[in-house]
Ligand binder design. Sequence first.
Ligand code: ITT
Length: 207
Amino acid sequence: MKMIIFATGNKDKMREIREILSDALVEIRSMEEIGFYEEIEENGTTFIENATIKAKAVAQFTQKKEELKQAIVLADDSGLEIDYLNKEPGVYSHRWLGNRTYTQAMTDLIEQMHDVPEEKRSARFVCSIAAVLPNGECLSVLETVEGKVAHEISGENGFGYDPFFYVESFGCTTAQLTREQKNEISHRGKALRAMKERLMPYLNASD
Ligand code: ITT
């Protein structure tokens, strides 16, 4: 069976990735499962650059291990663009927290935007997935899901900024969606399905 190694240290992302790729006939391993514990410096300025940096860093490691040489390395770089903040925090979505919790960061922003009208509350989650194939070839895709900054935090599902990301078609936040519903519409669900399509020729090839 073909192997995909996912270059993320984020356990929530990893869970969603396993759910979204559950129908692909591939073995999926995390960085932890292959013994990769190095810090990867995400110094790119775009989602695609950062996803590629992460995938390449882990591919350098797998290329040195006989048992992992044939694996595809994938990485996710994602974040939230808020139009009212000129598309920030974007690629800095994780670092934007500083030493605040997600609840604090979301509460601060909801307060800051308390009198901002509906039409100016638009936001989107963005996800780039990059792949490094065993022959060194790099691929990348980028997908988004549109929403709005909610007026209050709601929901317990998902992770990160999900509790204040309001999706009009469902009339609730992505933290109030079931896992299946979020994966169906999310930036990560769309990007992983697009990447799966791109990888089909490789996944279907016999060794
Ligand atoms: P890795 O770099 O190890 O993958 P990370 O959490 O640092 O983990 P990113 O640099 O891509 O990942 O930062 C993305 C941040 O954007 C993430 O930590 C969340 O705060 C937020 N985010 C991304 N996808 C999200 C989602 O589906 N729901 C809620 N927040 C999300």
